[in-house]
Design a protein around this ligand. Structure first.
Ligand SMILES: Cc1cc2nc3c(=O)[nH]c(=O)nc-3n(C[C@H](O)[C@H](O)[C@H](O)COP(=O)(O)O)c2cc1C
Ligand code: SF4
Ligand code: SF4
Length: 297
């Protein structure tokens, strides 16, 4: 079968997930193409695909604004099958509402829903995840990718259930509507630290950064994707009102995946507080995987 994967990514977690999904699909003999959304990415040609997969990172319990805008521009043949592979740092139930705009738009176009899957990926904001936690996350994701491919091949279309309360609450905290433009007034670059390497300007998906007379300048087209500050090799960028939540430094996900699972399970039945939401999420992946492929964890 032929798959088109359309995704938006800030700090490349969704790109990594898309690459892993492509590998899983190709290992099953399928053909894949992908489109990464940036400013001015032309609408993809969607004809001739059995499935379209939509990938996005959750921002404030919502899909990112540039992702929504891009999907709005796409045209689909009637009956087009589509699925969603979204990701976020945690799995609080309010994240369940994040696809509501996409689902509504696809329903209006009479596209056929083929499943929604929620992956955990390490936070690119708030705080950095410990390496052993990332190892565990990536191993669970490999299983979930197999579950996803099996679901598409066999016509299972799992839904992630939301409810009106989550829908209203997530619409209310849609951080990006004005957040990126507003916050970018407060971005600063530490001239002592900045090496003028130009990476931030080259990488920004909105072409919102320029180097002018040796100084880094920000416009106000910011998606709040965190790519500039996350990958700045000198950790020189201050991200305005979110500075206290800044994460700087590439996780190097490929390397961590190759390391395999952590020596001890990171999430256990005793995990508490922030980490308790992963207990059910990981247990469900293990149970679904075992049911389909008959392997113990
Ligand atoms: C502005 C912003 C808002 C975010 N909001 C959430 C959130 O509501 N819930 C969550 O679990 N993670 C949230 N995250 C974390 C990202 O969803 C997560 O790290 C994701 O893997 C990033 O993917 P990317 O590298 O493809 O951009 C947020 C990140 C950013 C930058
Ligand atoms: S990536 Fe960092 S060090 Fe390089 S130009 Fe931008 S702010 Fe300066
Ligand atoms: S300015 Fe930074 S946070 Fe804003 S869109 Fe560009 S790379 Fe992302």
């Amino acid at each position: 079968m032929k798959f088109l994967l359309i995704y938006y990514t800030g700090t490349f977690n969704t790109r990594f997930l898309t690459e892993r999904l492509e590998e899983a699909l190709r290992a099953h003999g399928h053909e894949t193409n992908r489109v990464e959304i940036r400013r001015n990415t032309p609408p993809a040609e969607t004809n001739g695909y059995d499935f379209i997969g939509f990938g996005y990172p959750i921002y404030g319990f919502n899909s990112p604004l540039p992702f929504n805008r891009y999907v709005q521009k796409l045209k689909f043949p009637p009956g087009q099958k589509f699925f969603i592979y979204k990701n976020s740092g945690e799995t609080f139930a309010m994240n369940n509402a994040s696809s509501r705009i996409l689902l509504r738009r696809m329903k209006r176009r009479k596209a056929v829903f083929a499943g929604e899957y929620h992956f955990v990926m390490p936070y690119n904001i708030h705080f950095a995840y410990e390496r052993n936690f990332v190892r565990e996350i990536l191993q669970k994701n490999e299983k979930l990718l197999e579950i996803l491919v099996h679901g598409l091949e066999n016509g299972n279309a799992p839904r992630i259930k939301s409810n009106p309360v989550y829908n209203i609450a997530s619409a209310a905290v849609s951080v990006q509507k004005a957040g990126g433009a507003f916050n970018s007034f407060f971005y600063r670059v530490d001239p002592e630290k900045c090496t003028r390497c130009g990476l931030c300007a080259k990488n920004c998906p909105e072409d919102n950064i320029r180097l002018e007379n040796g100084k880094v300048r920000f416009g106000h087209r910011c998606d709040m994707c965190m790519r500039c500050s996350f990958f700045c090799p000198a950790n020189a960028i201050k991200i305005g009102l979110l500075e206290g939540w800044k994460v700087n430094g590439d996780y190097r996900l490929g390397e961590i995946l190759r390391e395999g699972p952590p020596p001890q399970p990171y999430i256990t039945e005793h995990s508490r507080g922030f980490y308790s939401c992963f207990i059910r999420h990981f247990a469900k992946i293990d149970a679904d995987y075992e049911k389909l492929f008959g392997e113990k964890n």
